[in-house]
Design a protein around this ligand. Sequence first.
Ligand SMILES: Cc1cc2nc3c(=O)[nH]c(=O)nc-3n(C[C@H](O)[C@H](O)[C@H](O)COP(=O)(O)O)c2cc1C
Length: 355
Amino acid sequence: MSVDTSVAPVATEPVISSLPGLTDEFKAHLKTPLHIGNVVIASRVLQSPLSGVTDKVFRRLVRRYAPQSMLYTEMVSAAELRHLQRLPEVMDIDPDERPISIQLFDRRPDFLAEAARKAVDQGADTIDINMGCPVNKITKNGGGSSLLREPDTAVKIVEAVCAAVEVPVTVKTRIGWSDDAINAVEFARLIEAAGAQMLTLHGRTRAQGYHGAARWEWIAKVKAVLKIPVIANGDIFSVDAALSCLLKTQADGIMCSRGTLGYPYLVGEIDHFLKTGQRLSPPSTVDRLQCAREHLIMLSDYKGARGIRQARKHMAWYAKDFAGAAELRDQLYQVESVAQGCQLLDDAITKLQEQ
Ligand SMILES: Cc1cc2nc3c(=O)[nH]c(=O)nc-3n(C[C@H](O)[C@H](O)[C@H](O)COP(=O)(O)O)c2cc1C
């Protein structure tokens, strides 16, 4: 299953003022806090869990621009957690990162319940169960999106995790396994009845992977029948796309994913617009390259040489939409040291400033 992160799909870009349905009532609703069980979040824009991306460093950058939004860790294997003496790096969270959710995956209710208790000890405000991951390695073991084909197991998981922890339990899933097995509405009802306090729905099937447009109409169908908050996910690459999706789905909030790669400003930009009706001026290319530089230094400080290797893709995601960007990306993918990465970025920044 390939994940296309190189090209941001083109989201629908309506002119905001012409959007029908953007009533004063709807705008006022979007300014109210999001209630996830007894947890109150002062933002309706969430940063999604992204494996290999949403570590503590990335989250710190997102948090800078979105101080009130819910952030998620990368997904954590409940099975692996049982054999570890120390908590894994993916569960490393800072006390000032809250509100934060720790996302877990597996198919065994008892493993997930045990992992959830550890996640709560670690400071998680909510526990999210991954029922949407399309990757073969996960689905062949019965986790992620394969739970869409095992609703009874999904129910047992939610019940077991709810019984194990005091914090709200939430689920993130897709609209179905494939086009001939779209079961989002039935599945969502079962998850809610089992005790989940929020559902995030990625508007694609497992078979779609990350291809084709997210089908927001299915999110609307689910939202129409659930009482718990429904968060819309898929193809949110801009403020306009977020509004368009909220209008189409009437969802209780929006979750940003690939739109944040190399762009940790997105959650904050959408949140600011929902709260004020004002657009923040977008960061300049130079701002973005400076952020890439900071990201590299922070990852190196946190993870050493491994952090530098991980920073390559991040730096490349920041370096786009200017003359010479493709060449710079090629060079950034080869970076071996902080000094080398900073030099490349500084040279690009100087060139841009001279133009
Ligand atoms: C690199 C990458 C890693 C991801 N990791 C996770 C994950 O750990 N947990 C999860 O629930 N979804 C994960 N997803 C799925 C996203 O959270 C999101 O549901 C999906 O990308 C759809 O949103 P988008 O079209 O706005 O990107 C991942 C997606 C990408 C591209």
